[in-house]
Design a binder for this molecule. Structure first.
Ligand SMILES: NC(=O)c1ccc[n+]([C@@H]2O[C@H](COP(=O)([O-])OP(=O)(O)OC[C@H]3O[C@@H](n4cnc5c(N)ncnc54)[C@H](O)[C@@H]3O)[C@@H](O)[C@H]2O)c1
Length: 356
């Protein structure tokens, strides 16, 4: 029987992690405590959870500013909060940044995951009622042609420093299961979208540039294909795995929702223009094709029959509804956007949480 009572979420101030914590408090029957361990890089924003902190702070919700590469800090937090479940979201997550500066990806994604594994190995010893869940990406599988899907046993073939660092961390996680018997599960998920995503990623970037009348940069010929999943559906998959996933298993998670980038950008132009009362064709006129990303994977498509068949998980948010929710959120939350884009935000973090 899994304890599932004191959960440590790494990277809980980022996009998916913050939505995961909110999801657990608001949409599940989870009644234990959550500790959010985050270093607060440019992508981490404790404001993403202000409502949760106000409702549960000091009672069932705790924030710890720490680096996953710091063994002593992680060990002390595991012990002090008597952690029995670790959900590992923390990572450097933007492919473009990994191309320009891969070092940070190697240290956080590989060394950081290794440090967490070492810390739980020392703390949990041979306990079997605990779980280390590692959140990973479909990008570890490489690129598909026009046909076919990624399955859990598809050989790894990462192409960017980001996906190579995630692939490496996946292997370490599985090695700790096979070598030391640490109960682990792993999920490889397709592209997420939704509220609180840092506006460097495709969907929020396009919504905000449409709003501001700025160019809409599209890589190469715009024909690259991604499989999109609303963030709450990813998080319901993680929760499903925490409750029923078998130790040592990988679960693919996806939207079964493939879109060419250019078609998606056209749809965002139409929907955002309709909300703002603008001419959609004028918005499409902002599209600017730019030099392709080096090593740009052509197509990702996930087969998620395993988690559906074995654990009964399903996507629940249609792309139509998910996009409408996301567009409405980015158009309404201008203060959040101004802050995460500004230098003043960094100063505020340093003032309230100490310099990095
Ligand atoms: N965004 C997607 O579409 C997607 C899809 C599949 C898998 N994933 C995976 O999900 C996870 C979360 O992705 P995201 O989009 O929320 O990322 P994000 O960049 O929005 O958030 C990452 C968080 O990790 C924190 N962090 C970074 N380095 C840290 C360190 N050394 N110590 C402690 N905290 C640190 C950041 O401060 C931030 O809060 C990542 O592991 C990513 O690989 C993302």
């Amino acid at each position: 029987m899994r304890a599932l009572n004191h959960i440590l979420v790494t990277g809980g101030a980022g996009f998916i992690g913050a939505n995961f914590i909110r999801y657990l408090f608001q949409k599940t029957d989870f009644s234990g405590k959550i500790v959010n361990l985050d270093k607060l890089t440019y992508a981490g924003n404790p404001e993403n959870l202000t409502d949760i902190d106000e409702a549960w702070g000091g009672k069932r919700y705790f924030f710890e500013k720490a680096d996953i590469c710091d063994f002593d800090a992680v060990s002390e937090i595991l012990k002090r909060h008597e952690i029995d479940t670790l959900v590992h979201f923390a990572a450097e997550s933007h492919v473009d940044r990994s191309i320009y500066g891969p070092g940070e990806f190697v240290s956080t994604n590989i060394q950081g995951t290794f440090t967490l594994l070492e810390a739980v190995r020392a703390f949990w010893k041979d306990r079997q009622d605990v779980l280390f869940h590692h959140v990973s990406t479909d990008e570890v599988y490489g690129s598909l042609g026009d046909e076919g899907f990624f399955f859990e046993d598809t050989p790894y073939d990462p192409r960017s420093p980001y996906s190579a660092s995630k692939a490496s961390s996946d292997h370490l996680v599985m090695a700790y299961w096979h070598t030391y018997g640490i109960p682990v599960t792993l999920s490889n998920c397709s592209n997420n979208y939704g509220p609180y995503q840092f506006p460097e990623k495709l969907i929020p970037l396009m919504i905000l540039n449409i709003k501001d009348g700025k160019p809409l940069p599209v890589y190469g010929d715009g024909r690259n294909i991604r499989d999109w999943l609303f963030v709450d559906d990813h998080n319901s998959a993680v929760w499903t795995i925490l409750k029923g996933g078998r130790p040592g298993e990988t679960y693919n998670v996806g939207g079964e929702n493939e879109w060419e980038n250019i078609r998606l950008v056209h749809t965002l132009c139409e929907k955002t223009a309709a909300t703002l009362g603008r001419d959609p064709e004028a918005c499409k006129g902002l599209i600017t094709y730019v030099k392709d990303r080096p090593g740009h994977d052509r197509r990702y498509a996930i087969n998620c029959d395993k988690i559906k068949g074995e654990l009964g998980w399903r996507q629940t948010v249609s792309f139509e509804t998910g996009l409408d929710t996301t567009i409405a959120w980015y158009l309404a939350n201008t203060a959040w956007i101004d802050r995460v884009r500004s230098g003043a935000y960094r100063q505020w973090i340093d003032r309230n949480y100490g310099a990095r």
